[in-house]
Design a protein around this ligand. Structure first.
Ligand code: GDG
Length: 483
């Protein structure tokens, strides 16, 4: 985010209504003497607009039965943060259950079976109602309320039924599935009704907006009109329903990153020093490959490791010249599918290193922990090939972060066709990660790519990412919501 840029939601969008953000998690972490803001690209992009408009932030603190919720708002970064209390059993049922064991797999192409527990649904409904009640209470008159993500899909209609003066936006960070999958959900009508309480719903891709339009037509007899031809990546659709004056606009709003921050960190002295020592510590390999993901079964980490292992087995890669660094950040460890995924990945790392490592030189360097940005960015800078191979991903910010840090205009991105990022980063080596042979070929192509081609592809991707950063995304959404 450049220092000169206007905060989204104010100057660029021409609106000055108070902006209220609602998301499952508040951007805070507990410290010994209170609270600290936990930054991230999204938070940094939205904080100025929230602060300058006299807005507020609503979400859970990340701590079960947190008493902070009873002490009134937390004041941080010049804004009021309202904690939504969640009990330990609500975290299990609403968050780990309905959000992450029912919706997450279903919205990601049913890569794993979804659970459909009525108790989990009930907790989801109750927690969504709690969010809506708090929003209805704290939102100033005529506020803009921007609700984030699949954990809170019922909030728009629940809030609208209490407050008709506010404008309500919703952004879905993950894919919205095709109707054949979505209609499996026993509470499908309730979810669509919930979302249609919004004035504007943003999706990562045009396809998500189209999928949602199809289920609204099919389930609720809604009428949808797009203002263009199918395939236009920026167009807005209008959803109306018989007997209702309220309309909901929908459209693609591909999210991005704080490019300025990544560039600045990448250019810093400490990054440059770490880059050269990293290559030495990895044994001066010719090519360093890198994967950075939450340890989620949607990210395709296992297939990527298998492809790397097979290339070594076949002699198409050489353990003395090619090494892979895989960062797999711990996530959702209370959900069975995630524990199984971790066991499988660690088995594969052990197997491949067992077959190909030399004493003191593993072929896969595996980290199951979250690295600081100061450690992560040198990895992006040193990686000759970045492997982003999810089976399905709403956007994938890692791909954009890699491109943003490559101030040297070098490095090759291998990118799954099934990410939102693939719509924009068409100069990556695009691959179908379900196709084992194609995955191996894509990795081999990236490893062997000539410097001239690497440069021209990276330059094209960099100019796109620099132009469409997270401020651009937030401003576009808020301008559309205000309009
Ligand atoms: C959801 C959607 C959509 C990862 N490991 C470390 C670390 N990370 C950071 C990355 C990146 C973020 O986590 C991951 O973002 P992604 O977009 O790749 O994936 P999800 O977490 O699944 O995010 C996704 C996104 O929402 C936004 O709308 O793009 O499709 O699934 O920023 O850098 N950061 C640090 N250490 C790590 O070890 N510091």
């Amino acid at each position: 985010m450049g220092e000169q840029s206007d905060p989204p939601g104010t100057a660029q969008s021409g609106q000055s209504r108070p902006l209220i953000i609602a998301a499952n998690r508040l951007p805070v972490t507990r410290t010994e003497d209170g609270w600290a803001a936990s930054p991230g690209g999204l938070v940094r992009a939205l904080l100025p607009s929230v602060r300058d408009s006299g807005g507020k932030w609503v979400g859970w603190t990340g701590i079960a039965d947190d008493e902070a919720s009873l002490d009134g708002p937390i004041h941080l970064e010049g804004i009021e943060m309202h904690a939504v209390p969640l009990s330990a059993s609500e975290i299990e049922d609403y968050y780990e259950g309905f959000s992450n064991d029912t919706l997450w797999p279903l919205y990601h192409d049913a890569l794993r079976d979804s659970g459909y527990g009525a108790g989990d649904w009930e907790a989801y409904r109750i927690v969504n109602q709690r969010f809506a009640n708090i929003l209805a209470e704290i939102a100033p008159p005529d506020a803009m309320v921007w609700v984030h993500d699949y954990q809170l899909q019922l909030v728009p209609a629940m809030l609208r039924s209490q407050r008709t003066d506010v404008r309500i936006g919703f952004f879905n960070h993950i894919p919205f599935p095709p109707s054949e999958l979505f209609v499996r959900l026993p509470w499908r009508n309730e979810i669509v009704e919930g979302l249609l309480g919004a004035d504007l719903i943003g999706f990562q891709r045009r396809r998500g907006a189209e999928n949602f339009a199809a289920v609204a037509e099919q389930l609720l007899d809604a009428t949808v009109e797009f203002d263009d031809q199918p395939g236009d990546s920026r167009s807005i659709g209008v959803i109306s329903r018989p007997g209702s004056a309220h309309v909901t606009r929908i459209g693609p709003f591909p999210i991005s990153i704080d490019v300025g921050e990544f560039e600045e960190l990448a250019a810093g002295r400490s990054t440059r020093q770490r880059v050269s020592s990293l290559r030495t510590r990895l044994g001066e390999p010719e090519v360093i490959l890198l994967g950075v993901d939450r340890l989620d079964y949607t990210k395709g980490i296992g297939s990527r490791l298998k492809a790397f292992g097979a290339l070594l087995d076949e002699g198409r890669l050489d353990p003395e010249r090619h090494v892979l660094v895989q960062v797999a950040t711990p996530t959702r460890e209370g959900v069975d599918h995630y524990r199984e995924e971790r066991a499988e990945i660690e088995r594969l790392v052990g197997e491949i290193n067992g077959e190909h490592a030399r004493v003191g030189y593993p072929v896969i360097h595996y980290f199951h922990r979250s690295l600081s940005l100061e450690d992560l960015i040198p990895l992006y800078r040193v990686a000759d090939v970045m492997l982003v191979t999810p089976f399905r991903d709403g956007m994938n910010l890692v791909a954009k972060e890699y491109v943003a840090t490559r101030l040297d205009h070098d490095g090759v991105l291998v990118l799954s066709e099934f990410t939102g990022a693939a719509d924009e980063l068409t100069d990556a080596v695009l691959v179908n990660p379900h196709d084992d042979e194609a995955l191996k070929d894509a990795i081999e192509t990236a490893v062997a790519m000539h410097r001239h081609e690497r440069r021209s592809r990276m330059e094209a991707m960099r100019s796109l990412v620099v132009e469409h950063d997270v401020d651009h995304w937030a401003s576009r959404f808020l301008a559309e919501l205000a309009g």
